[in-house]
Design a protein around this ligand. Structure first.
Ligand SMILES: *[C@@H]1O[C@H](CO)[C@@H](O)[C@H](O)[C@H]1NC(C)=O
Ligand SMILES: *[C@@H]1O[C@H](CO)[C@@H](O)[C@H](O)[C@H]1NC(C)=O
Ligand SMILES: *[C@@H]1O[C@H](CO)[C@@H](O)[C@H](O)[C@H]1NC(C)=O
Ligand SMILES: *[C@@H]1O[C@H](CO)[C@@H](O)[C@H](O)[C@H]1NC(C)=O
Length: 392
């Protein structure tokens, strides 16, 4: 019965169709050509005069307009390399896995230093009374440090030489992270130098870092010679010049971000091989570019784009301002702790300045928790005003 009906329907179609077919056989080519011409004309016009305002779009509905503009410049879609596909999927999975909840979350303070740390006594005051909520790691690249505070004793990690500008600096950072990641209670990781000092009391720093939803990795686009000028095309195809970023190395990051750095070998190897001083007549500094470029490519919304460690570049010299004992005053510390805008000065001829408010979970807050660079002679002054400034 069923197949019979279907067959009859089919027959019906066949019988009905010949009529219109015959009728249009002569007129059809003409109106098809006219239609094709009109559509082509419309497309040519739309290409030459792309709709400038929404009003123009409404002629074809706003959605139609979007489809049309999407068509026009055929975006050169790049196919990912095998390594890139593998790398991106691992990174994506780590970022999508919520961090394991630990009863006792700690901040890992990781010190990258050539030798002894001149401000251990200051850090001791900072840590004192907060046992169990932090851990300390020291990577001393030149000589074995002599520790004067018990918080630092036996906290040295196995270390290697660090050559300025080269990948060995990143290696040292990764070594510190790997050591700190071994403790599952470490949830936030701060990289500090021997010339860094804390600007706030422990609770303020702990809450600022532990309850943030992003990492504080410094990152900006510098079109000048000390930014994009250091880029090498050997980094293609994975890293294009438009992806290249700059930023100070002193980061603080969430556990997931520390993990994706451990997982990365693709982008790391590009910077190891093609970003170093003297390569192709350029002075590429791996630690100023690897992290900012990597994070802005794989998780741009996950980083703040500024560092919680303050440094004063306003003198515009090769090195930032270093504070001597006589410079260290309560007023100086109060000034630094009240800054709530981050400023990046590019190296292009216009010395363009990029300013953005420091946002903590969407709320405007002071940018800095730590500051550098202080001469060792500043210790006594810092200790004197410590009780004062940790009240900030
Ligand atoms: C950081 O900059 C990137 C662009 O490079 C941007 O997409 C991201 O939203 C910025 N992060 C924050 C927290 O604003
Ligand atoms: C602190 O900031 C004020 C206002 O910007 C400035 O006049 C003063 O010189 C600063 N003091 C120090 C020690 O930086
Ligand atoms: C962080 O929190 C702010 C405010 O709630 C929100 O706007 C932002 O998207 C969050 N960022 C991430 C990476 O979750
Ligand atoms: C402590 O802070 C007060 C202002 O509240 C300031 O006048 C004083 O000089 C500070 N003491 C030191 C040792 O810096």
């Amino acid at each position: 019965m069923k197949s019979n009906k279907v067959w009859r329907l089919g027959m019906g179609d066949v019988q009905i169709l010949p009529g219109p077919r015959h009728r249009s056989s002569t007129k059809r080519p003409v109106w098809i050509i006219a239609l094709v011409l009109m559509v082509s004309l419309f497309l040519v016009c739309a290409y030459i005069y792309p709709p400038q305002s929404n009003a123009a779009c409404y002629v074809f509905s706003s959605r139609g307009c979007k489809v049309l503009t999407d068509w026009l410049p055929p975006a050169p879609a790049r196919l990912y390399t095998d390594e890139e596909i593998a790398s991106r999927i691992v990174i994506r999975e780590i970022l999508n896995t919520p961090p394991a909840q630990t009863k006792n979350a700690k901040v890992a303070f990781m010190f990258l230093t050539p030798g002894s740390l001149p401000f251990e006594k200051l850090w001791e005051k900072f840590f004192s009374g907060h046992e169990g909520r932090f851990s300390v790691y020291v990577h001393a690249s030149k000589e074995k440090p002599i520790h004067v505070s018990h918080y630092f004793v036996n906290r040295d990690v196995r270390s290697h030489q660090v050559v300025w500008g080269k990948i060995s600096m990143i290696d040292a950072e990764r070594r510190l992270l790997a050591n700190a990641l071994q403790d599952p209670e470490n949830q936030h990781f701060v990289l500090l130098s021997d010339s860094c000092v804390p600007l706030h009391k422990f609770d303020y720093v702990y809450n600022y870092l532990m309850y943030t939803n992003i990492s504080y990795v410094d990152c900006f686009n510098d079109p000048g010679p000390h930014g994009n000028g250091r880029y090498s095309e050997h980094m293609l195809p994975e890293i294009e010049m438009k992806d290249f970023r700059k930023g100070a190395q002193w980061f603080s990051m969430k556990r997931q971000h520390a993990l994706i750095l451990m997982a990365d070998s693709l982008y790391y190897s590009k910077f190891r091989d093609y970003c170093k001083p003297g390569l192709e007549g350029k002075n590429c500094i791996a630690d100023e570019h690897y992290l900012p470029t990597f994070f802005s490519m794989v998780d741009p919304g996950g980083i703040a784009n500024w560092s919680v460690t303050h440094v004063d570049w306003s003198e515009r010299k090769w090195h930032p301002k270093s504070y001597r004992a006589q410079d260290v005053t309560y007023e100086l510390v109060r000034n630094i702790t009240s800054i709530d805008l981050s400023i990046h000065v590019t190296s292009d001829e216009k010395k363009e300045v990029q300013i953005q408010p420091c946002l903590w979970n969407g709320i405007k807050r002071p940018c800095y928790l730590f500051a550098r660079k202080f001469y060792p002679e500043a210790l006594d002054k810092l200790l004197q005003i410590f009780s004062n400034y940790t009240a900030i």
